[in-house]
Write a protein that binds this ligand. Structure first.
Ligand SMILES: Cc1ncc(COP(=O)(O)O)c(C=O)c1O
Length: 427
């Protein structure tokens, strides 16, 4: 039934239908463990013949409610929540990629993901080739190798804010017969649904707009359930898993094979599960996601238009602006808005940028984005600091760039704060 609800209703009531006298909202189940009366029941859980809760590293009722709601919002078959967005990105790849294999990724990624792919994965034997997301289809295809196991990109690149050409990326992924894995953190399923645009797996940092109030770290992997894993490239899904007495995921779980394996193998072994308290808070935040995304987007567009006219600003980067390179793609894939993150370049470069950030009063200097409260940050010296100058350029980070995460406050107050800080920055 909930599949037929519109997204605003799903965000409020999706995936939780209490029986009479049960709590109206999913309660915090702060228990690591669950009780049984028969040894056979427990044996069936370990053999994956039953999906009841067993141990909160593998699943937990509070987290299950969150996973069900996000799977519904994204239009996937199931989801696995993790302790952070980084854990979700790592898990999505580890689930189908091992030493000796390879990933092709858009170069315009969140700095933490870029570092993971450029520095940490290679130490584990997984190589990543970065491609310019503006490159043509043949050039992206040229980056593939026989051992490539997925194509990875962000719906809206952080902080370059380029909008992904889903037609192009999904076509390459289909041609190469590998899944397209999309980080949909900045767009959220309210603004864009990658699984409807032929992506196969979606990941999120739920720390961002899903929580929306800067309370809880979290991540999630959502499985679209459509990819054909039985194409010879993914024996870990089609052949016997010795850690489950020879169980074959595709044979036993069909369209749920990928996400079941992520839960019972990746999460079992690496243990990056969310705390129930955090799952509760993120689910609570999700209730207002559609309302917040409308306001984040309209506030950001109004401020971007204001900054574009401001004499102390040399460039504004927001995909909702007609001047933006991604505007045609934003109009196609993000018709409801482009979320709350934008960047701009200030006259006077890095020094003026520093003065600007320190002069903001309402807008706080924070590392975070996607909070209900507005924030400001200098990516080159913070989120993308560990990257070389060349890597920063390819991720779209310029030395003078300032990133704003526009919250849901009153737009007139935000514009007033930015104006007074810009005036100070030019003194
Ligand atoms: C687009 C994107 N993906 C992944 C992450 C990592 O998420 P977390 O900080 O929850 O580990 C972030 C964090 O900022 C992000 O912006």
């Amino acid at each position: 039934m909930t599949n037929n609800w519109r997204i605003e209703t799903q965000a409020v009531q999706g995936s939780y239908a209490p029986e009479p006298t049960e709590p109206r909202i999913p309660a915090i189940c702060q228990s690591t463990t669950f009780k049984y009366t028969s040894a056979d029941h427990v044996a069936k859980l370990f053999d994956l013949d039953l999906a009841d809760h067993m141990y909160s590293r593998i699943s937990n009722p509070t987290t299950e409610a969150l996973e069900g709601k996000i799977a519904l919002l994204e239009g996937g078959v199931a989801a696995l929540a993790t302790s952070s967005g980084q854990a979700a990105v790592s898990g999505a790849i580890f689930n189908i990629c091992q030493a000796g294999q390879h990933v092709v990724a858009a170069s315009t990624l969140y700095g933490g993901t870029y570092s993971l792919f450029a520095n940490t994965f290679p130490k584990m034997g997984i190589e990543v080739t970065f491609v310019d997301p503006e490159a043509d289809i043949n050039e992206i295809g040229d980056a593939f190798r026989p051992e490539t196991r997925c194509l990875y990109a962000e719906t809206i690149g952080n902080p370059n804010l380029n909008v992904l050409d889903f037609d192009k990326f999904s076509t390459v992924a289909k041609q190469m017969d590998v899944p397209l894995v999309i980080d949909n953190t900045f767009a959220t399923p309210y603004l864009c649904k990658p699984l409807e645009l032929r992506a196969d797996i979606v990941v999120h940092s739920t720390t961002k707009y899903f929580d929306g109030h800067a309370t809880s770290l979290g991540g999630i992997i959502v499985d679209g359930g459509n990819f054909n894993w039985d194409n010879g490239k993914f024996p870990e899904l089609t052949e016997a898993d010795p850690s489950y007495h020879g169980l074959k995921y595709v044979e036993k779980f069909g369209p749920l094979a990928y996400i079941v394996k992520a839960r019972v193998q990746f999460m079992r072994d690496l243990g990056c599960c969310p705390a129930p308290q955090n799952s509760f808070l993120i689910n609570h935040g999700l209730t207002t996601l559609p309302l917040r995304m409308d306001r984040h987007s309209s506030n950001a567009l109004a401020l971007a238009e204001h900054l574009e006219q401001h004499p102390a600003v040399s460039k504004v980067n927001y995909p909702g602006l007609k001047s933006h390179l991604s505007y045609p793609l934003a109009s196609k894939y993000l018709p409801k808005g482009c979320s709350g993150v934008m960047t701009f370049e200030i006259l006077g470069g890095q020094e003026a940028g520093k003065k600007f950030m320190e002069a903001c009063q309402l807008i706080a200097l924070v590392i975070h984005v996607a909070d209900a409260r507005s924030g400001v940050l200098h990516p080159a010296s913070t989120t993308h600091r560990q990257l070389t100058a060349e890597q920063q350029r390819s991720a779209g980070v310029n030395p003078g760039m300032i990133r704003l995460s526009i919250g849901i406050e009153n737009i007139d107050d935000l514009i007033a704060d930015v104006d007074q800080a810009l005036a100070i920055s030019q003194q």
